[in-house]
Design a protein around this ligand. Structure first.
Ligand SMILES: *Cc1c(COP(=O)(O)O)cnc(C)c1O
Length: 397
């Protein structure tokens, strides 16, 4: 977590190239400004690092293994390693970020946490750390999502969180985010807003990327132990907002020999009108406080995204990813619902690991990668598939 100043890290004004910034209503400015002024210093404090590292170890279960997938490797004729974020407490990488942010909130003397959630995964990860720290937790969730994701709503409630319905607009993630921000505006002194991905106004994208960067920090030493070299030839991750990808890419951003490959959800196909492939379909615009690439109509209305995986169902990507795309440092592809489900079954039957549907999009790229026999491919296994069983069951005869 040392200060780094390279072209792929956020600059002092909060930008990655022409993306990023903090486009917030005046009422929200003091909250965001308090965070911006303090986050780097707080994260750098030895007492913060000690507490953060201890929780990652003893509560989350880190380091997560880097697993050599021998049967998958044989099938694709290359060396494939899986970074097992699916083994984190709560079943995905999201908790790395919520742990970091709640520790920041404590040091800013906040007593209450507010968060948005789409499918409920970030809501559960937030409710979890609030229970751990004995903090009040309010999660805004679209009314439609509350109906669709009953089990995650139950989890949040069991963990002691209050789930509030966002009843405006399309009653989904975008509207929940608006409601959460409104709540924060009205409670600026005692509340911290925990965003769930590398999105939102500066400093959120940078802060979340730093908390998730533990993923690539571990990959480096684990790969050195296993292969004698720190740098793989490829790192592959799925991108919704982009936090697991940012974490997996972070320590390789300035290593040009490492190809960084991001997979978006093509949904029913890029031209089907039911997709979430932001870089393929979107253009620059401002959403939730930052300038990035967004799926939108010609007159700038955000288009409703679609993916079989709730975690990739977001109309934008974080500004870091917009910049990686724009600059060519990152390579962006997409996989359809069908391709993702196929890849999930393949991993289950070749390695005995059932991945989250989000992760399955990254796995789907293996068949197109064309990696050579001696090359090393790391896939970030962002989460486990238990939550997606109802969907997978539709594909089982
Ligand atoms: C939420 C989620 C994602 C997508 O979020 P990012 O911020 O893009 O990482 C990916 N995988 C899993 C398992 C998730 O729960």
């Amino acid at each position: 977590m040392i200060e780094e100043a390279t072209q792929y890290h956020v600059n002092e004004k909060g930008y990655y190239g022409r993306f990023g910034g903090a486009f917030v209503p005046e009422m929200l400015y003091p909250n965001v400004e308090e965070l911006r002024k303090n986050y780097l210093q707080i994260i750098a404090e030895p007492s913060f690092q000690t507490e953060f590292q201890a929780l990652l170890r003893d509560y989350v279960g880190r380091p997560t293994p880097l697993f050599f997938a021998s049967r998958l490797s044989e099938k694709y004729g290359t060396q494939i390693y899986l970074k097992r974020e699916d083994l984190c407490h709560t079943g995905a990488h999201k908790v790395n970020n919520t742990i970091g942010q709640i520790l920041v909130a404590k040091r800013l003397n906040k007593q209450r946490i507010v968060a948005e959630t789409g499918a409920g995964q970030h809501g559960v990860a937030t409710a979890t750390v609030c229970a751990l720290m004995g903090m009040e937790c309010i999660v805004y969730m679209g009314e439609l999502d509350i109906e669709r994701q009953a089990s995650n709503v139950a989890r949040m409630k069991m963990l002691g969180a209050e789930v509030r319905a966002a009843t405006c607009g399309s009653k989904t993630l975008k509207d929940a985010t608006n409601e959460a921000m409104r709540h924060w505006i009205n409670n600026p002194v005692d509340t911290h807003y925990i965003i769930g991905s590398v999105v939102g106004p500066h400093p959120y994208p940078d802060m979340v990327a730093r908390f998730q960067s533990v993923i690539s920090e571990e990959i480096r030493w684990q790969l050195r132990e296993k292969t004698g070299r720190e740098n793989p030839d490829y790192v592959i991750a799925c991108v919704g907002g982009g936090s697991n990808a940012a974490g997996a890419f972070y320590h390789f951003l300035d290593e040009p020999s490492v190809r960084l490959i991001a997979l978006e959800a093509a949904g029913k196909g890029l031209t089907s009108g039911h997709s979430a492939a932001t870089t393929a379909l979107g253009k620059p615009g401002v959403l939730h406080g930052s300038r990035t690439i967004l799926m939108q109509t010609d007159d700038g209305q955000i288009t409703e995204p679609y993916s079989i995986s709730a975690g990739l169902d977001y109309p934008g990507i974080g500004p870091l990813h917009a910049y990686l795309f724009d600059s060519g440092r990152g390579e962006f592809y997409s996989a359809t619902d069908e391709e993702a489900v196929q890849a999930a079954f393949e991993l289950a039957q070749l390695e005995g690991i059932i991945p989250a549907l989000e992760t399955a999009h990254a796995l789907a790229h293996l068949s197109r990668l064309g990696a050579r026999a001696h090359e090393v491919v790391v896939i970030n296994l962002s989460g486990r598939g238990d939550k997606d069983l109802a969907t997978y069951m539709k594909y089982i005869q």
